[in-house]
Design a protein around this ligand. Structure first.
Ligand SMILES: Cc1cc2nc3c(=O)[nH]c(=O)nc-3n(C[C@H](O)[C@H](O)[C@H](O)COP(=O)(O)OP(=O)(O)OC[C@H]3O[C@@H](n4cnc5c(N)ncnc54)[C@H](O)[C@@H]3O)c2cc1C
Length: 342
């Protein structure tokens, strides 16, 4: 049995045909930026779910700006509701029974898969407790048209422990959100909006939700139970993006279910997914320890910007990490990078 008809649960059901229990009475739109890297299409064909494509990210901190840009689209902005409906349809085509209005309260079956999100009861049952980023997001109509090819990330005291974002759906509709490690994200959001030049004409949606922080010490299975997606904390700690790693992990779990062997899932996850999630955690920690403004300056002046643009992968950072270390060990670059920190 799979607990939770979110992204991870429905995708896994589409691979295995397993029964899903969902506590809500129907598919609902998940609070989410809906920004998925192009890697998502290794798992799901997005087709009509795509609202927009982006090729540029601008990271801002204080007076520093890092512009990461490529010619081709790097990420999709997705209609989250259509995406869930698509996964639901695929799971039903595979023969999976999705039971709405059914909450898991500790019932046992041969296998219990916790795909029940950030506040997972299955995770709780096996002793996994997450730390969280608290978020608030609005979908809004802007007063002025915006560039549809660019997402914006804003780092600063207005979002302690995380950042604020702006993701364009089209040239006048955007998702603006903000995350914090503690406190009320809505209050931080209001003060962020008051102090920026972003002009909002109308608020279309308001959403608030939790992002679990990846923790490499957490187990993802115990006995006949396994966790996948947010329930397992399979989220990029730096950006909060969890969809692609959730799908990737669900693929491994689907193979494990074929073998009726959850330890296979844990073994493959340790080998193929966890090291990349650990890279995102390292990046997150760097932004907590050092001033983001200095990190962006160092990236601009130490040649990292070009490396990131060439690598162009929003999930797999291992190759980029190796190259960045190699580049920064060159004396000239090292001096420039150190100067950027002073
Ligand atoms: C504000 C915000 C912005 C984000 N932006 C992005 C982004 O741009 N890109 C990206 O990749 N990721 C983003 N994420 C993360 C992404 O949304 C999640 O990683 C992803 O949706 C997790 O999917 P999931 O299936 O694991 O969990 P969920 O989508 O949370 O699904 C869990 C399901 O389990 C059900 N459930 C819970 N408990 C039980 C129970 N006991 N019994 C039965 N059912 C139960 C819930 O009702 C829910 O339907 C964002 C998250 C937030 C909060």
């Amino acid at each position: 049995m799979i607990v939770g008809a979110g992204t991870a649960g429905l995708y896994l059901a589409g691979k295995t045909g397993m029964t899903v229990w969902e506590k809500q009475d129907k598919i609902r739109e998940k609070a989410c930026g809906g920004l998925f890297s192009k890697n998502v299409e290794k798992h799901v064909e997005l087709d009509e779910c795509v609202l927009n494509k982006v090729n540029t990210a601008i990271l801002r901190a204080g007076r520093e700006e890092l512009v990461i840009s490529r010619k081709e689209a790097q990420a999709f902005v997705v209609d989250r509701f259509l995406f869930q409906e698509k996964l639901l349809e695929t799971s039903r085509n595979k023969g999976a029974k999705v039971v709405f209005g059914k909450q898991w309260k500790g019932e046992e079956e041969d296998f219990v898969i916790g795909a029940d999100g950030a506040l997972s009861s299955v995770a709780n049952n096996i002793g996994v407790k997450h730390n969280f980023i608290f978020t608030y997001q609005e979908e809004v109509l802007l007063r002025e048209k915006t560039d549809t090819s660019t997402v914006h990330l804003y780092f600063g005291e207005f979002a302690p422990g995380f950042f604020a974002w702006l993701i364009p759906l089209n040239d006048e509709t955007v998702r603006i959100g903000l995350g914090v490690r503690k406190g009320n994200p809505k209050q931080y959001y209001d003060s962020f909006i008051q102090n920026t030049s972003i002009g909002i004409r109308e608020v279309l949606k308001k959403q608030s939700a939790l992002i679990p922080l990846f923790n490499p010490k957490h187990r993802i299975m115990k006995g006949n139970k396994a966790l996948v997606g947010d329930a397992a904390g399979q989220v990029k700690a730096f950006s909060g993006g969890g969809v692609v790693f959730g799908l990737r992990s669900a693929d491994l779990l689907a193979k494990a279910m074929e073998k009726q062997d959850l330890e296979y899932y844990e073994e493959k996850y340790e080998e193929k997914v966890k090291p990349e999630l650990a890279n995102h955690l390292l990046l997150y920690k760097l932004f907590q320890v050092f001033k983001p403004e200095k990190l962006l300056r160092a990236a601009n002046e130490g040649g990292l910007k070009e490396l990131i643009e060439q690598a162009g992968d929003m999930e797999d950072l291992s190759a980029l990490k190796k190259q960045a270390l190699r580049t920064m060990l060159k004396p000239k670059i090292m001096i420039k990078t150190l100067k950027a920190f002073l």
